[in-house]
Ligand binder design. Structure first.
Ligand code: PGA
Length: 241
């Protein structure tokens, strides 16, 4: 596990974007696992800047997002599909056919989940998976639980996550209570993991994930068992290490 501590959010974002750009330079048809939320926004901005300077080319890249709210269609501005379009995909030369986000309006959720797993396998797995971390230690929408869920599945979001995410909605009642998320095995099967965290609100989750017991109560702790993890933290997120 490589832990890189930087001064601030901007530096974290730049370093993370450089890592993704290097990955694409080494393997132009890379399969990227992508995350949403506040944490990777700066990284996406940096990637767009690199793309505009012709320093990275997404023509052959395929992406799989970690999760999507259940019950929101793609066009809903709060969907993670819309987030990805607005914050990255609309501004780069990715082939729209190579973008994968779980379908939030699925009637047959089980089929959607197993199709998502199959598609990742057919792509021969994720080369680099970007992760944020919840204040409660979640990765993707794998919430603290008594078990690790292996594959893509329907999740009941916990109260802390609903409260944290309500900042993006008009009211807390509008926050979906379920989501479709890659599972722990899906994430752990990726060849490389790049986890980002900034701010004091993430310090405790980061300390538990890196130095604590490996437990489904802190889902991010599982990455201690992965053999190619890079964690980029600002000083605040690293303050309890
Ligand atoms: P955030 O969310 O980037 O908005 O803090 C991270 C997460 O919940 O995984």
């Amino acid at each position: 596990m490589r832990i890189i501590v930087v001064d601030n959010y901007e530096e974290m974002s730049k370093k993370a974007a450089m890592m993704i750009a290097s990955q694409i330079m080494l393997k132009p048809d890379s399969i990227l696992g992508l995350a949403t939320g506040d944490t990777p926004l700066g990284m996406y901005k940096e990637l767009i800047l690199l793309y505009n300077k012709n320093e990275v080319d997404f023509k052959e890249v395929t992406t799989f997002n970690l999760d999507e709210y259940y019950g929101l269609n793609r066009e809903n501005p709060q969907s993670y599909y819309s987030y990805m379009m607005a914050n990255l995909f609309n501004s780069i030369n990715i082939n729209m056919e190579n973008i994968n986000v779980p379908r939030g309006m699925a009637k047959d959720v089980k089929a959607v989940c197993s199709d998502y797993e199959d598609k990742i396998k057919q792509a021969s797995g994720i080369d680099m998976q970007v992760l944020g971390i919840g204040g409660n230690g979640h990765i993707g929408f794998n919430e603290p639980d008594v078990n690790f869920e292996a594959e893509t599945h329907l999740v009941n979001l916990n109260v802390q996550t609903i409260e944290a995410n309500s900042r993006f909605f008009d009211s807390i009642e509008d926050v979906p209570v379920k989501a479709i998320s890659m599972g722990i095995k899906t994430i752990m099967n990726s060849k490389k993991i790049l986890l980002l965290a900034n701010g004091i609100g993430k310090a405790e989750a980061i300390a538990k994930a890196i130095n604590g017991k490996i437990s489904p109560k802190v889902p991010a702790s599982i990455i201690q068992l992965h053999n190619d993890v890079t964690i980029i933290l600002d000083k605040e997120a690293a303050s309890l290490l």
